[in-house]
Design a protein around this ligand. Structure first.
Ligand code: NI
Length: 228
């Protein structure tokens, strides 16, 4: 499933992020972080991971996703692979169809992270660049995503995906992976739908015996399926 998260960053955070990705940002060849299959498909730039800019941006992005209740409900995160940052422009325009590695070693925490969910957080507005769509192949076919700056998309780590060539301007984004407490995409979807509908039910009718009972069912399913 693809989930669109709106306004993950506040306008002030977005301004800070863009300042850190300004003219003196240390971009390196994106192929340094691609595995065997992906390297031939990759032509983009990535922010040097050891830079001060990357450290500040990582903290900013992690704080933003950690306070976002929809992110929590959709991802049920157990571990988050430290966020990375990339730039696509006409000189380094694309990342062709590829799959992400199933497990990645985090330099920041020295842990292995299973990539159940991929996240792209958009840092440039669609009007700033042409092309640069994230295309994700899921069970319903290919879905193309290009979101406002500050919004994010979650998609299954299992899917073949690509970034289509940027022909004008620059596409800036953060991308990272989440190991979920609930490994199955299907089960996460059921839990997310139940949780979001409970929220609406409470908005409409307040706390009722039925809402309480359904919340119990949500937590009992989560208890059966979650590994912590
Ligand atoms: Ni990828």
């Amino acid at each position: 499933m693809l989930i669109h998260l709106k306004n993950v960053l506040t306008p002030e955070e977005l301004r800070q992020a863009r300042a850190l990705l300004g003219d003196d940002a240390p971009w390196v060849d994106g192929r340094t972080s691609a595995g065997g299959q992906a390297v031939a498909q990759k032509a983009n730039r990535q922010l040097a991971q050891e830079s001060a800019q990357a450290a500040n941006l990582q903290a900013l992005v992690l704080a933003a996703v950690r306070r976002d209740p929809v992110f929590f409900s959709a991802a049920l995160p157990r571990r988050i692979f430290n966020p990375l940052f990339n730039r696509y422009d006409p000189e380094a325009p694309r990342y062709g169809p590829h799959v992400d590695g199933a497990v990645l070693h985090s330099r920041a925490t020295q842990e292995w992270v299973r990539t159940d969910i991929s996240c792209t957080l958009f840092l440039a507005d669609p009007a700033e660049y042409d092309g640069g769509e994230l295309s994700v192949q899921d069970t319903f076919g290919s879905r193309r995503v290009k979101l406002p700056a500050g919004d994010a998309v979650l998609y299954p780590g299992t899917s073949v995906h690509e970034v289509t060539p940027v022909t004008r301007g620059a596409r800036l984004a953060s991308f990272f992976w989440i190991e979920s407490m609930v490994r199955s995409d299907e089960r996460r979807r059921l839990l997310f739908d139940l949780d979001m509908n409970l929220l609406k039910l409470r908005e409409r009718h307040g706390e009722t015996a039925e809402a309480t009972a359904l919340t119990g069912i949500y937590h009992n399913l989560l208890r059966q399926w979650a590994s912590t």
